[in-house]
Write a protein that binds this ligand. Structure first.
Ligand code: 25A
Ligand code: L14
Length: 343
């Protein structure tokens, strides 16, 4: 691929993730000659001002991809199924934020700090992992490299923005309804396609996406399968519980790991993480220092704290991992993939 003067397109440009992709491209001076904003027919004609320029949103159609070098997709799995191959036919490389292609054997699933080498064998489509998975594997990579990891048990505390712009609106409206003692209307969460909907305001919902016959939700299965694929270790034991909280942005995770080194100490774990790119250790109980989503919002880094040793299990550690799900979890990671491609 040509490495400068690139023609870029963003599909789903008006969404929670798409708007952040545009922001990151501009902020990081991505070598784009043009940026085309694509969305559904509903949004065609909308003007978006960014970086001193006005962009006009266009409807996504197959011809949209003529002359496009890199296309970012974040409009849901069905839109990616419909248009990604079309974009590739027109010569574009697709960086896809949805779950549509992540587990396809021939499609790389990439976190640049973890497995950049897998980008070499792409055939047009590159998948961006699930937000909860990205922040966890980015934080654990330096530990895996130094000590080896054989087991991960994770519980997530996920923000509503992961479910898109409409879910943020729903939390907002329910908060007002709650305060006005009005009837709380729940129409979207835990999943638009679910039979029952529950309020998220002042609640915690232990369901993200639909259930599989195994009793796990699809979000939990994504974390389990994607983690093994990104780490390139099918034998790793990974199990997840995913919970939605009334937080707007920033996913938190309580993560338990078993390393392969029975002598590893908390200081070893901490210093390995401190040296890793994009990771910030915020861990000082005496100063009440630990990561929280409210303070991670808008930041590029993955924050780690509450690092503790399991008193009974040699090599076992607990920690708390927080990051902005729309940035490292989605838009930033996608733009970093594009930067890695043109290196
Ligand atoms: O299938 P997945 O992979 O599980 O993904 C499901 C959802 O997750 C989000 C994303 O929502 C997606 O829809 N998402 C995807 N990847 C993500 C990630 N890595 C992720 N979230 C977190 N991390 P979203 O809200 O972020 O983005 C939605 C975008 O998709 C555009 N879109 C929808 N249909 C499209 C389409 N684009 C092209 N063609 C189509 N057919 C959508 O654009 C948005 O940009 P839009 O123009 O349809 O909507 C913009 C405005 O319209 C309002 N609106 C929405 N629905 C309706 C509506 N207005 C009237 N009637 C409606 N039915 C919205 O409020 C919005 O302001
Ligand atoms: O698979 O609802 O990337 O929080 C991640 C966020 C799916 C939805 C993905 C959510 C999305 C999920």
């Amino acid at each position: 691929m040509n490495k400068e003067n690139l023609n870029v397109a963003i599909v789903g440009a008006t969404g929670a993730v798409g708007t952040k992709i545009l922001e990151k491209l501009l902020e990081r001076n991505f070598p784009a000659k043009s940026i085309k904003l694509l969305a559904s027919k509903r949004s065609a004609g909308i003007e978006i001002a960014a970086g001193g320029q006005t962009y006009i949103v266009e409807e996504t159609v197959p011809e949209s991809f003529k002359g496009v070098d890199i296309a970012f997709f974040s409009a849901g799995g069905s839109i990616s199924q419909k248009f990604a191959n079309e974009a590739v036919k027109h010569g574009a490389v697709v960086i896809d934020n949805t779950s549509a292609f992540r587990m396809d054997e021939n499609i790389p699933l990439v976190v640049p700090e973890v497995n950049p080498q897998t980008l070499k064998d792409h055939s047009g489509i590159i998948a961006n992992p699930n937000c909860s998975t990205i922040q966890m594997v980015a934080a654990l990579q330096p530990i895996k490299e130094k000590f080896g990891i054989n087991r991960i048990i994770v519980s997530t505390y996920q923000a509503v923005s992961g479910a898109g712009a409409e879910a943020i609106d729903e939390l907002d409206q329910q908060s007002t309804q709650f305060q006005e003692r009005a009837n709380i209307k729940a129409e979207l969460l835990p999943s638009a396609s679910a039979e029952r909907h529950y309020p998220i305001a002042f609640n915690a919902i232990p369901q993200i996406d639909m259930f599989d016959e195994s009793g796990y939700t699809l979000e939990e299965l994504k974390m389990m399968n994607e983690t093994k694929k990104i780490f390139g270790d099918e034998q790793m034991a990974v199990t997840a519980t995913c919970v939605r909280l009334p937080v707007v942005t920033g996913h938190s995770e309580s993560v338990y790991i078993e390393t392969n080194d029975e002598n590893a100490t908390v200081d070893d774990i901490r210093s390995a993480m401190e040296k890793a790119p994009g990771i910030v250790v915020q861990d000082d109980p005496s100063a009440q220092l630990y990561p929280m989503p409210l303070f991670a919002e808008g930041k590029d880094e993955v924050f780690v704290g509450r690092i503790r040793k399991d008193p009974k299990q040699p090599g076992g550690f607990h920690m708390w991992i927080v990051s902005d799900n729309l940035l490292k979890g989605a838009a930033l990671n996608s733009v970093q993939i594009a930067e890695e491609l043109i290196k």
